[in-house]
Design a protein. Sequence first.
Length: 239
Amino acid sequence: MHVTRPPSTFVRVSRALLRDRSGVALIEFAFSMPIVLGIGCYGIETANLALANLRVSQIALNLADNASRVGNMQADNTTQLREVDINDALTAARMQGEKWGLTTQGRVTLSSLEEHGGKQYIHWQRCLGTKSGSSYDSRYGTTKPTDGTAVGASYAGTEVTGGMGKTGAKVSAPPDSGVMFVEVNYDYSPVIGKMWLAGEFARLHYIASFVVRDRRAFDQIYNPAPTATRYTCDRYTSS
């Protein structure tokens, strides 16, 4: 008589493993996790970059808007622009971007683009930020630190053909008036790492401009006593 022996422990375990499907989902997850993680990281970085772009563009707009309004009204209804007025506008921009290091990781340039004698001039510039070099300083023209400050001096500044801005989209000042032109260059800090961004996204660049709103006296920037600090563009300071 033939006696059937029970399967050995090894055989029983092997058969049980062949029938077991409990680890299939875990294996699938292990294969898909790098893809899901990569897409998630890219999405987070893209969203943060979009937010950073919005912040920088809003600071440029707000600074140009504020600089176009400030000044000390005179008896003849003209407005004298003072250094303290410019400093207030720059301080507002610094405080707006303080949490993400606007003036330590970037540079803000405020230019007075003016029409004089039928030509466009950058009459003066004021800057804030510690970053230096061609990637951070004004891309559309520079002035001397003394431009716009000398009392009773003849008109000085840097002539710019057609105005300021990119070729084909330049901003020009109206006759006998001016435009507050702002440039912001900022080094973006990624949330996860620079590997998720192309090189051109590492530095954000935004411009904004507003026509001066009042009858501003464009002869100079006034600085009555007690005199205020001049944030000329030969200075590299965060505050």
